[in-house]
Design a protein around this ligand. Sequence first.
Ligand SMILES: C[S@@+](CC[C@H](N)C(=O)[O-])C[C@H]1O[C@@H](n2cnc3c(N)ncnc32)[C@H](O)[C@@H]1O
Length: 248
Amino acid sequence: MKATILNEFEMGLVEPQDTDETWFLDWVLRSPKHAGDHLACSYKTFGAIASFYEEEILLGNITSVKEYFGGMGAHALFAQELFQPTDHAVTDYSAAAVEHLQRVLPGNVRVWQADAYDSETPWMADIAILDFGDLTVFKAQQDQPRGKLLDTVFGMHPNAVTITDIAARYLHLQKRSYEPLLGEGCCESYEEYLERFSRLLEDRYGYVMLQANYTRWSTVMAFVPQDTGAAHGEFHKYVSPLPALVIS
Ligand SMILES: C[S@@+](CC[C@H](N)C(=O)[O-])C[C@H]1O[C@@H](n2cnc3c(N)ncnc32)[C@H](O)[C@@H]1O
């Protein structure tokens, strides 16, 4: 079995074992359309970072990438192509994911098992990739594990941070949780929620939301430091022209 992502990136897949442990690949095999759209959004958002820092990347001033939620390794392949890092580290807490990542990623990518919320896991890299499978503004609060990880990662002042939000699907049910954090009317539409959530993160960390791409399931946002002079970017709704992920 093989996955082809965006008609370009290929990887062999081993059927997940019937164990208690489910990981990203289970979802990919169940919903290749949704998983593919998410990955297409990531590729576009990573592309915005690569364009923004084109010169710095060419000059070798941006060389390291750290991914905290490795999954099937699609983001890692995108990062290899777009950022050409000389130091690329990928972790995931799932043993099955780590086994898969070690099999499919190029040998220069370091992969190991680690809980993203363990205080030993984060360290400085020029680009930090946080493909949370479950982040919302509620979980991004600073007394919550995801919020603490955001504090640590932004606190190391990387050149870029990417963050995945998944509030879209149940937004209409979350008024009571999200309005105290984002203000009245934040659940009127996913665009409104995203605009307010991104401004909250900008104010909290001194970063600017460079670009985001979203579907009805998830959003991938890129943040760069305010002192780069970047302007607050746009949220692009992704409409898939072709299946972004094909399992064959
Ligand atoms: C949305 S998927 C990541 C997909 C990945 N970006 C890719 O391109 O394939 C989220 C991944 O996070 C992992 N994960 C969930 N909680 C974690 C944690 N606390 N620490 C590390 N990994 C975790 C899951 O095993 C899953 O593989």
